[in-house]
Design a protein around this ligand. Structure first.
Ligand code: CO
Length: 135
């Protein structure tokens, strides 16, 4: 079951510059960076009342964020993420309803969560991530 809006992700071409913007210009608490190796993405999280902003940047110039920035060099809104308390059940339920996923099964994301993405063509052009926290 989807339980909350976990984060909204922005793809950024210059991670340090974007971190400085959110931390210093906007004054939002910065909770650190983490490499999501499975996603080939470096992430930076900014918790803000009930959710988080996630900045995403390619790790070593590879992966889905690198492809996104090739098309949109100045960056942009990349995805939103719902937290789920049972990712496998939600994937099965949504597949049953005809939703298409970008991978067959969840894989490790940032913070040791299990994550999977729903294809934007299933969701009015929005990339949606489902994430189940490690326990
Ligand atoms: Co995310």
């Amino acid at each position: 079951m989807i339980t909350e809006l976990d984060h909204i992700a922005i793809a950024v071409p210059d991670l340090d510059r974007a971190i400085a913007r959110f931390m210093k210009d906007f004054g939002i608490e910065f909770s650190g960076t983490e490499d999501a190796i499975g996603q080939k993405t470096t992430t930076a999280f900014f918790p803000i009342k009930g959710t988080q902003i996630e900045l995403v940047h390619p790790m070593n110039g590879e992966g889905a964020i690198a492809k996104y920035l090739e098309k949109k060099p100045s960056g942009g809104l990349h995805h939103l993420c719902f937290k789920t308390d049972d990712i496998l059940a939600d994937v099965a339920m949504l597949k049953e309803k005809g939703y298409v996923f970008l991978s067959d099964a969840p894989s490790p994301g940032a913070h040791n969560c299990q994550v999977i993405f729903i294809h934007p063509k299933s969701c009015d052009g929005v990339l949606i991530e489902l994430s189940q926290p490690a326990h």
